[in-house]
Design a protein around this ligand. Structure first.
Ligand code: NAD
Ligand code: ZN
Ligand code: ZN
Length: 344
């Protein structure tokens, strides 16, 4: 079968031929029908050999959906031929954190060598993938795999981020979304569905801002040195009650802290290497800064339910598996609008 692999440190993704895997006891073989392409892979591919926590080659792709092709011994509760989305941040499944469905924060996974598909385990950018346990599969139940596969990360991650800030997002409040790409354009829709707040979106090109407006941002602004002042002006000097940074680079983290209100939530989701300077007189009084990772199993069910209600519509660009290396280039250059989805 074809798979898109990151094979050597500093290299670029390659389409290679590998054997179709066989499901062991408890595992499921999924015929992948859709796989989303996330900007985090570009960060992973920029790491040095010392920073990389898993061996290469790695089959990429941590947003996956598909049809169950075969069940390993002892798998129960999964229908052969059924269509499922893959919950990616696999945990041990047995600790108190995993018992709450928060496998993204499993404290034992790393020690046990358990890693998400596409981020250590073989991922979804292939014709078939192995899913380690039935609990990682969530039925799509009528949702289209291509349209909804980005919800497993580009939906789940902002959902978890937004949910944590909801107590701040009362009527009259303002939410700022910095970076309106794969995650950010879904975040805008989640905010509109879950909160009465005014949503202000920032990005660096008019094309991205146009999509941000289409999916529900009340105001769109270029992300430049004047952006924080403009947000203060729009909010009558108060600033934003919640700021979500889907870039996480130094300039955007600076905007995030500069446009935040007293008692606000500043959530840094992007992994662009920027760090917030926090302290008395530096951040607004009582502002909280969070850097969340992905989301819980139950939150994935919630995001998919929201999509079924029509509240979230991912803007998808589709490509064939042979085009995957170019898709990564386009993503790196900021030339994907919404989310790229590969059809293996
Ligand atoms: P993306 O490339 O689809 O979107 C990023 C957007 O940010 C683009 O629209 C780009 O134009 C915009 N941008 C770039 N520089 C900017 C600036 N200075 N100001 C404003 N906008 C700017 O990427 P994505 O897949 O949506 O991922 C977004 C970030 O979130 C990445 O850093 C990714 O690694 C990270 N991520 C984190 C988690 C987590 O769990 N914390 C999960 C998934 C992705
Ligand atoms: Zn991701
Ligand atoms: Zn665990």
């Amino acid at each position: 079968m074809k798979a898109v692999q990151y094979r050597t440190v500093g290299g670029t993704p390659e389409v290679v031929e590998v054997p179709v895997p066989e499901p062991g006891p408890g595992q499921i073989l999924l015929k992948v029908t859709a796989a989303g392409v996330c900007h985090s892979d570009i960060a992973v591919m920029s790491w040095t050999a010392d920073q990389l926590p898993f061996p290469l080659p790695l089959t990429l792709g941590h947003e996956g959906a598909g049809i169950v092709e075969a069940l390993g011994a002892g798998v129960r509760g999964i229908t052969e031929g059924g269509t499922y989305a893959v919950y990616g941040p696999w945990g041990c499944g047995a600790c108190p954190t995993c018992a709450q469905g928060k496998e993204n924060y499993c404290p034992r996974a790393a020690d046990l060598g358990i890693r998400p598909p596409g981020l250590g385990a073989p991922g979804a950018l292939a014709e078939y993938m192995i899913v380690d346990d039935a609990r990682h599969l969530v039925p799509l139940d009528g949702l289209d795999a291509v349209q909804s596969v980005p919800l497993t990360d580009a939906g789940l991650t902002p959902y978890h981020a937004v949910k944590g800030a909801l107590p701040k997002l009362v009527p009259g409040s303002t939410a700022v979304v910095i970076g309106t790409g794969g995650l950010g354009h879904v975040a805008i829709q989640l905010l509109r569905a879950l909160a009465p707040s005014r949503v202000v979106a920032l990005d660096v090109t008019e094309e991205k801002l146009e999509l941000a407006g289409q999916v529900g941002a009340h105001e769109t602004l270029l992300s430049d040195e004047g952006a924080a002042d403009e947000i203060r002006r729009i909010t009558g000097g108060r600033g934003a009650e919640a700021v979500f940074d889907f870039v996480g680079a130094s300039p955007t983290v600076a905007i995030a802290t500069a446009c935040a209100a007293v008692e606000s939530d500043i959530t840094i989701v992007g992994i662009g290497g920027g760090a917030a300077l926090v302290g008395f007189g530096v951040t607004p009084y009582d502002a909280a800064v969070r850097a969340p990772y992905w989301g819980s199993r139950s939150e994935l069910y919630e995001v998919l339910d929201l999509a079924r209600s029509g509240a979230v519509d991912v803007h998808v660009e589709t490509y064939g598996i042979d085009e995957a290396p170019q898709v990564y280039e386009r993503l790196h250059e900021g030339r994907i609008n919404g989310r790229a989805v590969i059809l293996p």
